[in-house]
Design a protein around this ligand. Structure first.
Ligand SMILES: Cc1cc2nc3c(=O)[nH]c(=O)nc-3n(C[C@H](O)[C@H](O)[C@H](O)COP(=O)(O)OP(=O)(O)OC[C@H]3O[C@@H](n4cnc5c(N)ncnc54)[C@H](O)[C@@H]3O)c2cc1C
Ligand SMILES: NC(=O)c1ccc[n+]([C@@H]2O[C@H](COP(=O)([O-])OP(=O)(O)OC[C@H]3O[C@@H](n4cnc5c(N)ncnc54)[C@H](O)[C@@H]3O)[C@@H](O)[C@H]2O)c1
Length: 450
């Protein structure tokens, strides 16, 4: 017999869980399904465990910066197995907590791979279900790389579960994952190399700050090679022989590990979306601004699996999920507001961005003032021994409002939240400068950055 719900949510990550809670709390009958343990990428295989591993690296780096300044960092090292065990202390109980919370709120929790069998029907592990509405929240997976030996690469989840960390690690792709993991690995004693096929890694971030970060990473043992790609990976007795291509020349080198950091794609190919009449493409489920499928009105999508103006980030998944849930409940067409959502690369130090890049602002015809500050000599950084730090705030001359902000430095991942808030609320830099921060905190540097 087919069980029927008001809503079936496919994917129990950030996007799926938030929407299931919201609709169930409004009295809808809701089921949620995942083929993996509940919690999704962010809690189990992404943001949260990654930042636990980074904590070890932060401590080592912080001690090294204070060498000769009263701290003896000699002999300080990361015990990788213990650090990974510390991570498991958080991730192992998370699925049970997530599932119990849903069940407590009246949501039926299902398990297994899900595929559509009609416009408003799915099968979960072979069992049929129907619903008036569906939310697709299936997230993303590593982009398949078409090269001989691709199966020897580890993905980000496998990397974070390594029992021990070898020395020679090649990260393919110069984006978020490679930079964050390489910065952790270097502090844990490895010699990571990042290759990127383009001339500039971390393309979504301010180019001047990226160059500073690349140099700071080099000093910590992270090598970055540009315009380089991998063409072949062969397993050897001691590791992997990797063939690399750069400007038409080929070289090969031996690495213990090769890690995939070459982008992620929406995880949709197994859902049989065509059977449900749901249009989709390489960027995700094709949705209107209010997150409803443009071809099947019963279906909505949110998070990494939806083709929207938002980046594939946790705060975006949560906002989209709440807006999609509210639209389903009220039959409304509200569009998410993406203004002022910050993003951070958790290297050491971290690189952050909110709003537009310089060239994006100019392409939009804005008359901007670029307020660049080398903050490396400022008190907050002197105190920690950090010698690489800078800020670049883009201010619209016509309105005195911030249209973009780019920061590289310790704790700037916290500072950027204030700039995001200012953008969201449309504060002028004059208004922002009139606020007072506790002193001495990095927040108290904001006025001088402006
Ligand atoms: C290594 C890493 C680090 C990251 N760090 C950060 C960070 O620091 N900050 C940040 O903002 N973002 C970060 N992200 C991105 C962030 O994790 C994602 O944007 C976010 O988790 C997306 O949430 P989601 O709910 O859309 O998808 P997910 O959390 O991926 O959830 C999708 C769920 O759907 C399930 N699923 C898929 N297909 C099916 C199917 N057919 N049937 C049943 N279930 C299915 C999956 O098993 C999964 O549990 C990181 C990502 C990675 C990979
Ligand atoms: N801190 C965070 O918020 C965080 C951390 C990790 C991941 N994420 C999310 O996960 C997504 C995926 O991360 P990612 O690091 O895999 O991708 P990414 O999109 O950040 O970067 C991929 C990079 O790999 C390069 N590349 C692609 N194919 C290549 C090849 N064959 N050889 C060499 N270089 C190649 C691209 O030019 C690009 O620079 C991100 O877009 C982000 O949304 C976020």
């Amino acid at each position: 017999m087919t069980t029927r719900y008001d809503l079936i949510v496919i994917g129990a990550g950030m996007a799926g869980i938030a929407a299931a809670h919201k609709c169930a709390s409004q009295g809808w009958t809701v089921a949620i399904v995942d083929e993996l343990p509940y919690g999704g990428t962010c809690a189990l295989r992404g943001c949260d465990p990654k930042k636990i591993l980074r904590r070890g690296a932060e401590i080592v780096d912080a001690a090294r910066l204070m060498r000769g300044k009263g701290i003896n960092a000699a002999g300080l090292s990361i015990n990788w197995a213990d650090l990974v065990a510390h991570k498991h202390g958080f991730t192992d109980p998370a699925p049970r907590k997530a599932e119990d919370g849903l069940a407590h709120n009246g949501v039926t929790t299902l398990h297994g791979p899900t595929t559509f069998t009609g416009q408003n029907r799915v099968e979960v592990d072979g069992r049929p279900y129907e619903a008036a509405r569906f939310l697709i929240a299936t997230g993303a997976r590593p982009r398949p790389l078409d090269l001989p030996g691709h199966e020897h690469m580890l993905d980000s989840s496998q990397f974070m579960d390594l029992k021990e960390l070898p020395k020679r690690i090649l990260f393919v792709g110069g984006g978020f994952i490679s930079f964050e993991f390489a910065h952790i690995a270097a502090r844990a004693g490895a010699r990571p190399v990042i290759i990127d096929r383009g001339p500039r890694p971390l393309k979504g971030f301010d180019p001047d700050l990226v160059e500073l970060l690349v140099n700071r990473g080099a000093a910590a043992g992270v090598e970055v090679r540009r315009a380089t790609t991998v063409t072949r990976i062969d397993k050897t007795a001691t590791g992997h022989r990797v063939t690399l291509e750069r400007a038409g020349t080929t070289e090969s080198a031996e690495y213990d590990l090769v890690v995939h950091g070459a982008g992620r794609i929406p995880d949709l190919s197994r859902l049989a979306l065509d059977t449900a009449g749901v249009a989709w493409g390489a960027r995700g489920v094709t949705v209107a601004g209010h997150l409803q499928s443009i071809t099947n009105p019963a279906v909505y999508a949110a998070g990494d699996s939806a083709d929207t103006a938002g980046m594939p980030l946790t705060p975006v998944a949560v906002i989209e999920s709440k807006v999609a849930a509210s639209n389903m409940l009220k039959n409304a067409t509200t569009v998410p507001d993406y203004t002022g959502i910050p993003t951070a690369v958790f290297t050491i130090p971290e690189l952050v961005r909110v709003g537009m890049l310089e060239h994006e602002a100019r392409d939009q015809g804005l008359d901007i003032e670029v307020r660049y500050r080398d903050t490396s000599g400022w008190y907050s950084n002197y105190r920690t021994g950090e010698s690489t730090a800078a800020s670049k705030v883009l201010v619209d001359r016509a309105t005195d409002q911030i249209v973009g902000a780019h920061l590289l430095g310790p704790e700037y991942g916290e500072l950027v939240n204030t700039l995001g808030l200012a953008m969201k609320l449309g504060l002028t830099t004059r208004q922002l400068k009139s606020t007072t921060a506790a002193y001495p905190t990095v927040g108290s540097d904001l006025g001088s950055m402006l």
